[in-house]
Design a binder for this molecule. Structure first.
Ligand code: NAD
Length: 356
């Protein structure tokens, strides 16, 4: 991969490589766009097969964060850090403090947080060396219930747009995955007296927990979840679950869930869903609740204020659905148009110099 070509093609600002001999810390930070504010994105620790895979993952994730933050109405840009290593071997106080020093060297252009294989405890070590870190112990807390809350409001918006009524009591749901986010989503749907809820999971512990706590929710086998006769299919497990094999099975009018990168091929499967008359709530818009919540740590954290911001996912999705309809494009493409427009507008707005 020619990195400069890739950066040019997708308008990246910066790639930073770092290596700390003492701790073995080896990583890359990518900053995609900072037009709206400092780039925020978690630190992922993964045993990548090669450097090329790590850079590509970092670049792709950083760009995703730009769109996610922009569509969420946040004054943040997109960035990401990937660390190359085995999570069972490399972690230590010194390792994460070394990371904190590299984050600090970017002088606030990039803010990190936890991600796959990094925890709030690790971020507390990062915090010993830099203030440019969020998701700390005792601050905004577990993001998953708030991601689920955003998904809940996103489902309401989708029902309003597609079926003209957002009253949860009238509808049936199929939730795929009852882990961190799916579990809380099922609870919210039950609280709202949803007509019927089906769920599935491949982890027997999660299935049993759900059956015990929510006896009215109906368990189905993982392969049965797509073809159910329901109003909403809610993917809350894996990526790439909307593909050539599954889309023809879906009977729901709305697809709206927490899972990231659910369209196996954004262009092809976004169009397939549109052609079937199904309304798809774009993943990076509907699942931004956790990001919105953690971004409130940059100010003095106030949960009520964070929740009010998360509720705005409802109006944002309605706006995106209107763009999709007006331009006759898939909703995923409309979400990107929406996000890019906000980034570009703010770039122009800041073109004139005003001292502060
Ligand atoms: P999780 O790992 O806690 O839960 C996922 C659940 O899906 C698990 O219980 C797992 O057993 C189940 N699962 C896996 N494969 C399955 C299959 N084939 N069929 C049925 N169930 C299956 O993860 P999570 O935090 O709930 O995240 C779910 C998705 O939402 C991920 O794509 C994640 O990136 C995305 N997301 C999560 C958050 C958050 O705040 N946690 C925020 C934004 C996006």
């Amino acid at each position: 991969m020619d990195k400069f070509d890739y950066m040019k093609k997708h308008s990246y600002e910066q790639i930073v490589y770092f290596y700390d001999k003492t701790t073995g810390l080896k990583g890359i930070t990518c900053i995609h766009n900072t037009a709206l504010g400092p780039a925020l994105g978690g630190t992922r620790l993964w045993n990548y097969e090669c450097e090329e895979d790590a850079v590509l993952d970092c670049l792709r994730l950083a760009r995703g964060m730009s769109y996610k933050a922009a569509a969420a109405g946040l004054n943040l840009g997109g960035g990401k850090t990937v660390l190359i290593g085995d999570a069972n071997e490399v972690k230590s106080e010194a390792y994460f403090r070394a990371l904190g020093r590299y984050v600090q060297s970017l002088n606030g252009r990039y803010i990190t947080a936890e991600d796959v294989n990094t925890t709030t405890k690790d971020m507390d070590y990062v915090h010993m060396e830099t203030d440019h870190v969020v998701g700390l112990e005792g601050k905004s807390g577990n993001p998953s219930p708030l991601t689920a809350l955003g998904v809940f409001h996103g489902i309401r918006a989708s029902l309003q747009h597609r079926l003209g009524d957002n009253d949860i009591t009238k509808y049936s749901f199929a939730v795929q995955g009852t882990g961190q986010t799916g579990y809380y989503l099922v609870k919210l749907l039950i609280e709202a007296h949803a007509k019927k809820i089906y769920f599935t999971d491949i982890n027997p512990e999660h299935v049993n927990k759900m059956k015990k706590e929510c006896p009215d929710a109906i368990y189905v086998k993982p392969e049965e979840i797509y073809g159910l006769d329901v109003d909403v299919f809610s993917p809350c497990a894996l990526g790439a679950v909307l593909n050539d094999h599954t889309i023809p099975q879906i009977k729901a009018s709305v697809i709206a869930g927490s899972a990231n990168n659910v369209l196996e091929d954004e262009e092809k499967h976004g169009n397939m869903i549109k052609d079937k008359g199904i309304l798809y709530a774009p993943d990076f818009v509907i699942n931004a609740g956790g990001l919105i919540n953690v971004s409130h740590e940059l100010d003095v954290y106030n949960k009520d204020r964070a929740i009010r911001d998360i509720e705005k996912i409802y109006d944002r999705l309605l706006e995106i659905f209107t763009i999709a309809e007006g331009e006759n494009i898939p909703t995923f493409n409309a979400a990107k148009v929406f996000a890019k427009k906000r980034i570009e507008t703010m770039m122009h707005l800041r073109g004139n110099y005003i001292p502060r």
